[in-house]
Design a protein around this ligand. Structure first.
Ligand code: F6P
Length: 254
């Protein structure tokens, strides 16, 4: 039975690679919507994969959310001398503290015996504050490090669920509804075709920074995120999707 299960997961991974046009996929058994242990399993798979691609002196930029927090919880000490630096990918985008990238990078660094760096920016940020803050020396320094990151580890969320979790204004909620937003990643909201329909203003990595120089690892699961994952992968860049069976089956059912 176990061999049967494993080959079924292999099969899901192959189908997902084709459906989402992504080079690498890992599917863990189960559905994290119904069982929190499955999110922990995605976390473990993500740490194992991260360790396999990490090189000496790499900088890893990470986003927030409960899935990436589960990656932090699964983090293990890195071989001495690996000298990895964890940084938040972007400034705050409306998450509670435990789900904030800045909290997550400190936890990743603590568990892996590495370094981390914070990015202090107000959240939400007005246009006028934004223009001022990007001239602050500590922000300029931190941004240079973040932009030069080698690896990006990020989550994906359902668009409206994320907007509500962030307590976005009614104006933003209405816009997302009228634009049929489906997914959210990095503070960007996308429609079913993967077009950007709205973006949270903050400093840090912008979508155009996600180029071939970075190894991008996407971690998202649960059947309820199937449509969101599909939408993100229409245009979103990623070298690896780590997901669960619940999301995989939902994506393939369409
Ligand atoms: O807010 C940070 C973030 O990574 C979003 O970009 C993403 O939509 C969300 O968290 C995912 O959260 P969770 O892993 O809790 O579903």
């Amino acid at each position: 039975a176990l061999i049967g299960d494993l080959s079924r997961l292999d099969n899901l991974e192959d189908q997902l690679k084709r459906t989402l046009s992504v080079d690498n996929v890992i599917v863990v058994p189960g559905d994290s919507d119904h069982n929190p242990q499955i999110k922990a399993e995605m976390g473990k798979a993500s740490v194992a994969y991260l360790q396999s691609v990490l090189q000496k002196n790499n900088t890893v930029a990470v986003t927030g959310g409960s899935t990436i927090a589960a990656v932090a919880d699964a983090m293990k000490p890195l071989p001495e001398g690996t000298d990895v630096l964890f940084v938040p990918a972007r400034g705050g985008i409306g998450e509670k503290v435990e789900n904030q990238a800045s909290r997550i990078v400190s936890e990743m660094a603590r568990r892996s015996n590495s370094q981390y760096r914070m990015l202090y920016v107000p959240d939400p940020i007005s246009d006028s504050t934004y223009e001022l803050i990007i001239q602050e020396p500590h922000v300029i320094d931190a941004l240079a490090v973040i932009k030069a990151s080698n690896i990006v580890l990020h989550g994906i969320g359902d668009a409206l669920r994320m907007a509500e979790r962030r307590k976005s204004s009614q104006k933003v909620l209405d816009l997302l509804k009228s634009e049929n937003a489906v997914s959210e990643a990095f503070g960007y909201y996308f429609n079913v075709d993967g077009d950007i329909v709205y973006k949270v203003k903050t400093v840090g990595l912008q979508l155009e920074d996600m180029d071939k120089s970075k190894h991008i690892i996407t971690v998202a699961g649960g059947a309820s995120k199937g449509n969101a994952i599909n939408s993100y992968f229409k245009q979103g860049k990623s070298n690896m999707l780590i997901t669960d069976q619940g999301a995989a089956e939902k994506i393939l059912r369409g």
